[in-house]
Design a protein around this ligand. Sequence first.
Ligand code: SF4
Ligand code: SF4
Length: 282
Amino acid sequence: MKDWSILYRGSLSSCNYDCDYCPFGKTKNTRAELTEDAKALRKFVDWVASQKAKIGMLFTPWGEALIRKYYQEALTELSHLPQVRKVAIQTNLSCSTAWMAQVNKATFALWTTYHPTQISREKFLQRCRALDELQISYSVGVVGFKEEIEEIKALRAALPSHIYLWINAYKRVPNYYTTRDIAQLKAIDPLFQYNLQYHPSLGKSCKTGESVFTVDGNGEAQRCHFIKQRIGNIYEKDFEKHLYRRSCSAKECGCHIGYVHLEELRLYEVFGEGVLERIPRV
Ligand code: SF4
Ligand code: SF4
């Protein structure tokens, strides 16, 4: 049976947080824009429900989607579909968690990010405890700003040991980290080394374009978020013919949601079923 991993990013572009490094901080959508996004999401859910392939999904919104009821409802519905093996979403975890009592715990997962400038550690940890009580699978992550290393250590110490804490390296500034910073961050996230670099990828084998692809609100598909080349539209009858093995056409790949599919890194062996929500096997 075919097995696809889909990264969905609709037209939503707004966030209730205001991280100063992020273009979506405190941006708003109009009611008409949200209605359009909800309509597109409904169409996508119906499409998934009509597929024969096994499907895993990661929602990678531009901003925060889980504060919107229509995303909560769509993810809940998707989690119960027989062909869905995983439905995960990137979130700042600012939403209520009560609705998650209705999801299928076997397929639903969260990729959460802690933003220490926007929420206290204690409040974030309270939300994590609520997820634990509901038996929701989740990873927790942070951007590895140097001035927050002590805060990241404190978060690691406070999280249950089975919860993976990933750290995204701050790579916008060359040579940002000292050797000591790197050692400290690696001690917290054993996989930090993978994120610290841009992986040379040109001509290399990557699962995207074949078993992994991105979809936008109009159904337009690309192999990954980083190569801005249309491969087809999922709402066209012959879409599957556009899915085939192809090598990477970009010089390098520096984001988990991309390089995790780069075959030579063999990260599927590390993450297993948790590739999309970023939860390693051990
Ligand atoms: S929570 Fe995420 S999307 Fe929102 S402002 Fe911060 S980094 Fe941007
Ligand atoms: S290696 Fe990265 S940039 Fe290249 S195709 Fe795969 S996901 Fe896209």
